[in-house]
Design a protein around this ligand. Structure first.
Ligand code: ADP
Length: 452
């Protein structure tokens, strides 16, 4: 079906149909015209032949004259009958012999389904004599007789041949003309699929300098500009996060000091609020810094053999206070000794983020289960909770930076909407993939695949 919706196919079909109509109109017009001309010449020919033979009959007053004449030439389509209708000489035409004689009248008669032009002349044997001869000229004027086989040859072979040539030629030319558009589509798909704005539209050196060539050049210029803007934006994020690091750690340290020396409940509350917010901003800044490093390909991986069961235990321990607050249990079902090659600190950060989401969006007395299995080529890690889940309308967007499903609820936990995009970047950096399945009010399951 796709074939028929492409512009190439539509143009080819349009021109082929147009060609078919054009050929048909030309054939009908030329056919009708040449048929009319042929009729005229047949009529004149018959009258001439009949007149010539009738002159001979007149001259000799005898049928012996017929022995002299060149029969082939004179008697083609002409025959001579006695006045009683008995055939005498000439080209005997079985069909028309039954048609009654009507001297000196050029007329058309249909005999056995075929149309004829007939012209009769009566010549008395002697002047004033009732006895004599009927000379009849008759010729079929059916289409097939006039045009012979050539018309059918044209209809059967030449027209399909012209149409095939038009269709293939048209398709080939439009395909070549549309090549730049295919390159544009290919590049756009590559950019969309791989998030790689370094891709450019391929412009062959010998390509024609037409509108599509200009369009490709313009789009490439636009891509250069977009790439530069993205690079600048990444650089800005990286610089800004860097600059924020020191003041935030100063605020955090001084907030903690204020907490220590607080004299009353009011001061303690204020200091606590400073410390909490400073920790949130600090975590936001470290997320941004990590993302900027990965984006700018500056984040190096220090790969080592990581014990997944141990990593899960460490991560659960780190989050124990948070989990206990909601009575959520983290169940580690990763088989002991199951290992994977990864950057331990980054993988710990990724698993920690998923577990902390499980707690943040989990129900009181809920459960988070971590499991893993290893095959020859990959390790599958699954982190599943029975929390609030994610509705289908949000599920595709949760990987976007700063995307949060429910702002008010997330503020409670100091969420910043960067966690999952960071997890995804870490897993992609390892050459792996991460997917999510979720049902509102039932739970969410993240599955990481890392290659061995
Ligand atoms: P946040 O800092 O807001 O948690 P994330 O990038 O980690 O940012 O998550 C993006 C959004 O995805 C969250 O705001 C939340 O609504 C949703 N989400 C993530 N993990 C879960 C989960 N386990 N259960 C339900 N919703 C989740």
């Amino acid at each position: 079906m796709k074939k028929f919706t492409s512009v190439k196919t539509r143009i080819t079909l349009w021109y082929t149909a147009l060609m078919l109509i054009l050929i048909s109109v030309v054939l009908i017009l030329t056919g009708t015209l040449s048929y009319r001309l042929s009729l005229n010449s047949i009529e004149n020919d018959i009258i001439l032949k009949v007149s010539k033979i009738s002159e001979k009959v007149n001259a000799r007053h005898s049928v012996e004259i017929f022995n002299d004449v060149n029969r082939n030439e004179y008697f083609k389509n002409v025959s001579v009958y006695l006045e009683n209708g008995e055939y005498l000489v000439g080209q005997y035409q079985y069909d028309v012999s039954s048609v009654p004689f009507a001297p000196n009248k050029l007329r058309r008669e249909t005999v056995s389904g075929e149309e004829y032009i007939i012209y009769d002349v009566f010549k008395p044997a002697r002047p004033g004599d009732g006895q004599g001869y009927f000379i009849r000229g008759a010729e079929s004027i059916s289409y097939s007789r006039i045009f012979g086989r050539s018309a059918f040859v044209i209809l059967l072979f030449v027209i399909p041949l012209i149409l095939i040539l038009t269709a293939f030629g048209g398709y080939y030319i439009t395909k070549k003309a549309f090549m730049p558009i295919n390159n544009i589509i290919k590049t756009a798909n590559e950019i969309a699929d791989r998030n790689d704005v370094k891709q450019r539209i391929e412009i062959p050196p010998n390509s024609r300098r037409d509108e599509l060539h200009d369009l490709s050049l313009t789009l490439n210029r636009m891509l250069d500009r977009i790439e530069n803007l993205i690079i600048q934006e990444k650089q800005f994020t990286s610089d800004a996060s860097h600059e924020l690091r020191t003041p935030i750690s100063v605020i955090l340290t001084q907030g903690e000091y204020l907490l220590d020396i607080a004299n009353d409940e009011k001061e303690k509350e204020l200091a606590e609020s400073i410390v909490t917010k400073a920790k949130q901003v600090s975590s936001l800044v470290s997320h941004l810094l990590l993302l900027a490093r990965i984006d700018q390909s500056r984040q190096k991986l220090s790969m080592e053999t990581v014990d997944l069961c141990l990593l899960t235990d460490i991560s659960s321990e780190n989050l124990k206070i948070l989990a206990d607050r909601k009575n959520i249990s983290i169940i580690n079902k990763v088989p002991e000794g199951l290992t994977v090659m990864a950057d331990e600190a980054l993988l710990l950060s990724a698993v920690g983020n998923l577990l902390s989401n499980g707690i943040k969006y989990g129900k009181d007395f809920g459960e988070i289960t971590v499991s893993a299995e290893k095959s020859e080529s990959e390790v599958k890690i699954s982190i599943a909770d029975n929390g609030i889940g994610i509705s289908p309308k949000h599920i595709d967007k949760i990987w976007d930076r700063f995307y949060r499903v429910d702002d008010a609820r997330n503020d409670e936990y100091g969420s910043n909407g960067l966690g999952l995009s960071m997890v995804k970047s870490i897993i992609s950096l390892h050459g792996g993939s991460i997917t999510v399945q979720s049902q509102p009010n039932i739970g969410t399951r993240f599955e990481i695949i890392l290659h061995c």
